[in-house]
Design a protein around this ligand. Structure first.
Ligand SMILES: Cc1ncc(C[n+]2csc(CCOP(=O)(O)OP(=O)(O)O)c2C)c(N)n1
Length: 327
């Protein structure tokens, strides 16, 4: 088979390789954090998204700077894809002065307005009405920018979720709701918190489309997101995309996840989004062994450099504790 020029997803080979790089980088970032937590070196709580990377890459790939994202605790990779440098993100996890919030928060609540990243609070689902509000701003400004909001299936049971979807549906807002359905909300399995199979169904009650897709297939996520983006940009309103996936680690790095079986974990590890995409790239002659080695090396160097930078960076100056406050 000759090398492809463009895929049916309208992605050129270079773009597919870029996606591959992001999948690898985000996986490596979380993996390294997990080790650093066990070594007692990280000051923040760490909630890895290992196993869920295809969702972040498929939804963030090709977004504009002005398209706002509203990430949750498991979405550090979205910060990287939106343009936060790995060394800055790592500094954030080490609560260093060089981090996003200059050591002021527990790492999960920072935003970067210049890059279109909203800093979420701890309250699950609370980012969704904010996302609707941001989308309302874009609608009022008559811009074609879009807001992407992430949430877990657990968060789809809180009131904020329903209020946000209702408002977005009534106002036909340019917002995409991305459900990362990893089957557990902390230790609670989905069947103990929901009486339906698909979170996507909930969108229909608010008058817009909801689709459930394989969240471990980066191209499926990309394709669904591109459709939703086109709809939102042209005034067609919101979409809910439910990405079925699985988190490999516990809820956070201190959770050993005894509430699930080894068999279940093994089954989902066999659906790892990275090897399946790698196989596709090899089969389409987009990626060869030498390129794969080069990308892996580049990822390792980037992570090593980020960790060195963060570990050697200055702690926050106590004298600055009351700067950057707004009242
Ligand atoms: C309103 C609210 N209720 C409970 C919590 C405590 N809490 C933090 S994370 C979590 C589980 C979240 O599950 P889900 O929304 O499915 O996302 P996941 O962690 O699986 O990605 C819970 C219950 C919270 N932060 N906010």
């Amino acid at each position: 088979m000759p090398p492809i020029k463009r895929t049916k997803f309208k992605l050129a080979p270079e773009q597919l390789l870029e996606m591959f790089y992001w999948l690898k980088l985000i996986r490596a970032f979380d993996m390294r954090l997990s080790v650093l937590v066990k070594q007692g070196k990280v000051r923040s709580g760490v909630y890895t998204g290992i196993g869920q990377e295809a969702i972040i890459v498929g939804t963030c790939f090709g977004l504009r700077k002005e398209d706002y994202i509203c990430p949750l605790h498991r979405d550090l990779g979205s910060f990287l894809m939106k343009g936060v440098e790995p060394r800055v993100m790592m500094s954030q996890m080490f609560a260093k002065a060089t981090g996003l919030s200059k050591g002021r928060d527990s790492a999960l609540h920072s935003g970067v307005s210049e890059l279109g990243i909203f800093g979420n609070t701890s309250m699950l689902g609370a980012n969704l009405p904010v996302a609707a509000g941001l989308a309302l701003t874009y609608k009022m400004e008559e811009s074609d920018n879009v807001v992407i909001a992430y949430f877990g299936e657990g968060a789809s049971n809180v009131g904020d979720f329903h209020e946000a979807l209702n408002f977005a549906g009534v106002q036909q807002l340019p917002v995409i709701f991305i459900c990362e359905n990893n089957l557990y909300a902390y230790s609670v399995p989905i069947e103990k918190s929901m009486a339906i199979d698909d979170v996507a169904e909930r969108a229909h009650g608010y008058g817009f489309d909801g689709v459930a897709i394989n969240g471990n297939d980066v191209l499926a996520v990309y394709q669904a997101t591109q459709g939703a983006l086109a709809r939102a940009r042209s005034g067609g309103g919101p979409t809910l995309i439910e990405c079925k996936t699985y988190r490999w680690h516990g809820h956070s790095e201190h959770d050993k996840a005894f509430y699930r079986t080894d068999e279940e974990l093994a089954m989902w590890k066999s659906r790892d989004p990275i090897p399946t995409f790698t196989t596709y790239l090899h089969a389409r002659h987009v990626l060869d062994d030498a390129q794969e080695k080069e990308i892996n090396a580049r990822v390792e160097t980037t992570i090593d450099e980020a960790v060195d930078f963060a570990m050697n960076a200055a702690d926050p100056d106590p004298g600055e504790a009351v700067t950057d406050l707004y009242a």
